[in-house]
Design a protein around this ligand. Sequence first.
Ligand code: DI6
Ligand code: FE
Length: 412
Amino acid sequence: MPNKLITNATLATMQDDQSYGLIPSAAIAIRGNNIEWLGPMSSIPRRFTGQSVERLDCGNRLITPGLIDCHTHLVYAGDRASEFEQRLQGASYEEITRRGGGISSTVKQTRAASQEALYTRANSRLSGLMNEGVTTLEIKSGYGLDCDNEIKMLEVARQLAETRQIRIQKTLLAAHAVPPEYFDQKDAYIDHVCNDILPAAFEAGLVDAVDGFCDEIAFSVEQMERVFDKAQSLGLALKLHTEQLSYSGGAAMAAQRGALSVDHLEHLRPGEASLLATHNTVAVLLPGAFYTLKETIVPPIQALREHKVSMAIATDLNPGSSPLNSLLLAMNMACTLFSLTPVEALAGTTISAAKALGMDKVIGSLEVGKSADLVIWDTDNPAMLAYQIGANPCLSTMISGKWRKHTLRDNA
Ligand code: DI6
Ligand code: FE
């Protein structure tokens, strides 16, 4: 692979979550998979000015780190459009769940689907995200709820990572809902997760982290602690869906165990923000679910900000509470619905999202030594990314030093 030099760029380096880290009239040099140098055009090192270096002039356009969608349920079968209609007639998400709809209805369809069928559907959703500059995403299981089907979902995630030019983190979310065969036996299902599903998926090399849904309609803090005990005994990282529909205390528990992230957080108590800060746990905000469920209680953003908690933003792409196939739109929603600034929104899908996946040593910012994952945008102003609705200014994407989408060159 030839070394590459991208010139005439406006770099938003995103080296921390407080500013864009803008370098105007800049260049960025890539050797192999990594960023080797970046800085002003006036000080490009000589070794990058030779004939053998592949050069690209980007006409002062903006370059950011590759976007990271750190919370998705990308792999599932079917859809829940009929529940959308029921909710519009007044039924709540919880009521639909208690009637046997909700997550259970996707479980039924996902269990019935072949691995190939799941791959085909997930692959087309993945293309939508990748076209907007996503270079890394996380995929959760959680619609199989037994050994074979949870593994089937994670195998699809692995297959996507092998066949598409994308970085994928796999999260086991077996404690997402109670499957029908364990009706009214939540504790027995949690035993099954700890004794069978988690060890089997781990043995198969399919688990980077373990997640759960801590809520009245799902699992209690005590039940999640049992899953986390098992996960930690295997050395796995933790994440938790919590404080989404009601307050449970799950975020405090997860943070105290050093979880990578706690996700949703509409009902987080402002006084708990300091715990997240102390334990370096990222607050993952999911405005697509807030919007879809017409929630009115907003996560305690000001408290998170004051305590300098890293805030990530993700799509939560799933068929029920967030059928949102656009990370740029999630950024826009985070600004309009949660009052994040455009800087916070971009940090939320770059450096803070990398932290939420435990990958911030490798990706998430434009920094010497990190992987050359970047996006060239058809603008010179980073605020445009969160500002526009339904536009896609992504021109070119590079992952690990290799071009993927490359409209800028192809149309030149
Ligand atoms: N919270 C969510 O928003 C998703 N899972 C969860 O625990 C919803 C998943 C679904 O409705 O299918
Ligand atoms: Fe989710």
